[in-house]
Design a protein. Structure first.
Length: 79
C-alpha cells in the first residue's frame, strides 16, 4: 500500500479566504467575576445548530399518555 504524502495533500487543498466581515466580539459583563470591570468576550459569527436531546421510546410514550390525560381533562370543561 503506498504511503500518503500529507504535505502534498495540504498543498493541493484550497487556502481559506479571509472573511469580508470578520466576526466582532460582543462584550458581556460576567456575573461571577470578582472584579466588575472584567468582561467576557463572545465572538459573533456562525452559530451551530443545537442537537436534539435523545429520549428513549418508552419514555416518550409515557409522556404522550400523560399529556393526553391532561388535555382530555382540560377540554371537558370541568376544572
Amino acid at each position: 500500500m503506498p504511503k500518503i504524502d500529507v504535505a502534498r495533500l495540504n498543498a493541493l487543498r484550497p487556502q481559506p479566504k479571509p472573511s469580508d466581515n470578520p466576526p466582532e466580539a460582543i462584550r458581556t459583563p460576567s456575573d461571577d467575576a470578582a472584579d466588575p470591570m472584567e468582561i467576557d468576550r463572545v465572538p459573533m459569527g456562525r452559530t451551530l445548530r443545537k442537537i436534539k436531546e435523545k429520549v428513549a421510546k418508552h419514555l416518550k410514550r409515557r409522556l404522550m399518555k400523560r399529556k393526553g390525560k391532561v388535555s382530555k381533562r382540560e377540554s371537558s370543561g370541568f376544572l
